[in-house]
Design a protein around this ligand. Structure first.
Ligand code: ZN
Length: 258
């Protein structure tokens, strides 16, 4: 089933509207807007983009842990360690927004990664059900955003405090997570507000492992793994996660060594 652009409020919508508007306001601080149109390069038109399982050739005194996750053979396919989107929503992409309001189009070749937080406290998230509720809250904030509502949740992958990795916006679509810089850019979000939350060891391990996995898969260098605040004027992903990302990218860090 596909969502529609039109919205018919019912009683529940009216009751939750105030909350969602508030969340939308919070989320807009992190969300990208009006990205440019995607590249005219499409998978399958210029040979295979698939670099799955490309081994690292970088010598390092502290070699990273081997990544043993099965990668799909198609360029945008979901890795086996990622929970499918169908586990948290049956909503589709609002495709009419992909070109009508400046939101993203199809993803081209993936050449960079940007890390975010959702800026919402993560203290209540432990079970899968709690993570599912947060995913839906974030998606609703993005698709009801004013102005320029997104076609879907803006990020491609979301990591919860237990270290579960969730498929969010399908990777075959350009994200909406860094204003004007969504082309070729994979968006990964950690649930939490890391100005005061600290990333859990499980979430941080999952993030670093997943980033390394995707760097190998798409042949991305550590210099092309950024945080939102390194690309735009924003607090995202919060000072605690920013510090962790800097450590991971420094010499000896897991991302640097990838
Ligand atoms: Zn962000």
């Amino acid at each position: 089933m596909y969502d529609t652009v039109e919205h018919h409020p019912d009683r529940r919508d009216i009751l939750t509207g105030g909350l969602l508007l508030g969340v939308a306001g919070l989320l807009s601080a992190c969300a990208g807007g009006r990205p440019n149109m995607p590249d005219a390069v499409w998978p399958g038109q210029a040979g295979s983009f698939d670099r799955a399982s490309r081994p690292s050739t970088t010598a390092s005194p502290t070699p990273p842990r081997p990544v043993q996750v099965a990668q799909p053979t198609d360029y945008f396919g979901r890795p086996s360690n990622v929970i499918p989107r169908s586990r948290w929503t049956n909503q589709g992409i609002i495709t009419s927004r992909l070109t009508s309001n400046g939101d993203s189009g199809r993803m081209g070749r993936i050449s960079r990664i940007t890390v975010h937080h959702d800026s919402l406290d993560n203290g209540s998230i432990r079970s899968e059900g709690e993570a599912v509720r947060r995913l839906n809250l974030v998606r609703t904030g993005h698709v009801t955003r004013k102005p320029d509502a997104f076609a879907d949740i803006g990020y491609h992958f979301v990591i919860d405090p237990q270290g579960r990795i969730w498929e969010a916006r399908p990777l075959s679509y350009q994200g909406a997570h860094v204003k004007g810089q969504n082309e070729n850019n994979m968006g990964i979000m950690l649930m939490g507000n890391f100005d005061y939350n600290r990333p859990t060891p499980a979430a941080l391990a999952a993030l670093e492992g997943f980033v390394v996995q995707q760097m190998h898969r798409y042949n991305i260098s550590h210099g092309s793994v950024k945080t939102h605040q390194e690309m735009a004027a924003t607090e995202c992903p919060g000072r605690n996660l920013q510090r962790s990302m800097l450590a991971a990218r420094n010499r000896g860090g897991r991302i640097h060594s990838a």
